[in-house]
Design a protein around this ligand. Structure first.
Ligand SMILES: [Ca+2]
Ligand SMILES: [Ca+2]
Ligand SMILES: [Ca+2]
Ligand SMILES: [Ca+2]
Length: 320
């Protein structure tokens, strides 16, 4: 009996080996096209309790692309939400096989999708409250699919896969609600959580910039650094950090938790590492203030309009 089982096991192994060899040979055509190349993007940093979006993009490598299954896992204990309509094109099915696992399936229309069709898959992740500040957590997943009769082809999801857990710190109103647009006559407040208990934290306001671990913190522009002690739970109480009159511009808040004047990713926190933490707009005069971040979007168009006006003048001059 034992021998028979071994024999059957051997045959199964042989079949598996042959089919995987066939898959490798068949995949030569797919891989010559670069494969579907699934790439994940997610924030490099998050705080306990945060919810963020994970996006995975891939492209149909050849015609008759179908039976597409995306399976991606957040760290254990993290919670994933999926919805097939969050994807482009919409998935045909969604599932969370485990609370930390996102799964989408596209059966494909007719014989499948054509070559070169871009796919965008989205799911949401919530970081548990007990995620450890300073630790890095990893994501792992695969994309499986068929091309016509052949497959399944399996590709690991590349791109970003690590999330560093940091304390949280944000610009707020006087009640501690997140607020990121102020007029020159308002007061900027800051609050935070998940810092070490009973610890002094220095709060700087500096010009908006992108941050890399180890960057020196530039001079504060708000008339002084506030030093605030956290409570027994590591919460940073709501603190006024810039009183009127503010200066129009784009700014970052830096919470220097080890007070060394350097940005230490994971120990300190910045609002925000990738975009302005808050903006100060001109005070409303006879109407609503126009936020400068919208002006920044208009700027290239204004420049283009100026260039075109210049070209028209130039052409008119040449004709004259
Ligand atoms: Ca200040
Ligand atoms: Ca620091
Ligand atoms: Ca920034
Ligand atoms: Ca903010």
């Amino acid at each position: 009996m034992k021998q028979k089982l071994t024999k059957v096991g051997g045959r199964v192994l042989l079949i598996l080996l042959i089919s995987s060899l066939l898959a490798v040979f068949a995949s030569a055509g797919v891989m010559a096209n670069g494969g579907a190349n699934p790439v994940r993007s997610l924030p490099a940093m998050a705080s306990p309790g945060d919810t963020f979006e994970v996006t995975v993009t891939f492209t149909s490598p050849l015609a008759d692309f179908h039976g597409i299954g995306l399976d991606d896992s957040a760290p254990g204990g993290w919670t994933v939400s999926v919805d097939k309509v969050w994807n482009d094109p919409d998935a045909d099915a969604d599932n969370t096989p485990n609370p930390n696992e996102a799964a989408y399936v596209w059966f494909g229309p007719g014989t499948g999708y054509g070559a070169g069709v871009p796919f965008t898959a989205v799911y949401e992740v919530t970081v548990p409250d007990d995620a450890e500040v300073g630790n890095t957590y990893g994501f792992l997943g695969t994309l499986e699919y068929y091309i016509g009769e052949s497959g399944p082809y399996v590709e690991p999801i590349g791109g970003g896969y690590m999330v560093l857990i940091t304390p949280s710190g944000k610009s707020t109103d006087s009640s501690g609600n997140p607020m990121s647009e102020f007029t020159t006559s308002e007061t900027v407040y800051a609050s935070g959580a998940y810092f070490p208990a009973y610890t002094d934290v220095d709060i700087y306001i500096v010009g908006d910039r992108e941050w890399t671990d180890g960057d020196p913190i530039p001079a504060d522009v708000s008339g002084g650094v506030e030093t605030v002690e956290t409570d027994a739970d590591g919460n940073l109480p709501v603190t006024a950090v810039w009183a009127p009159t503010l200066v129009v511009g784009e700014y970052d808040l830096v919470f220097d938790a080890n007070r060394n004047r350097y940005y230490d990713a994971g120990t300190d926190v910045v609002d925000d590492p990738n975009h302005p933490g808050f903006v100060v707009t001109g005070a409303a005069v006879g109407g609503t203030a126009y936020p400068i971040n919208k002006l920044a979007i208009l700027a290239p168009w204004m420049a283009l309009a100026a260039v075109m006006a210049g070209a028209v003048i130039y052409m008119r001059r040449r004709r004259a």
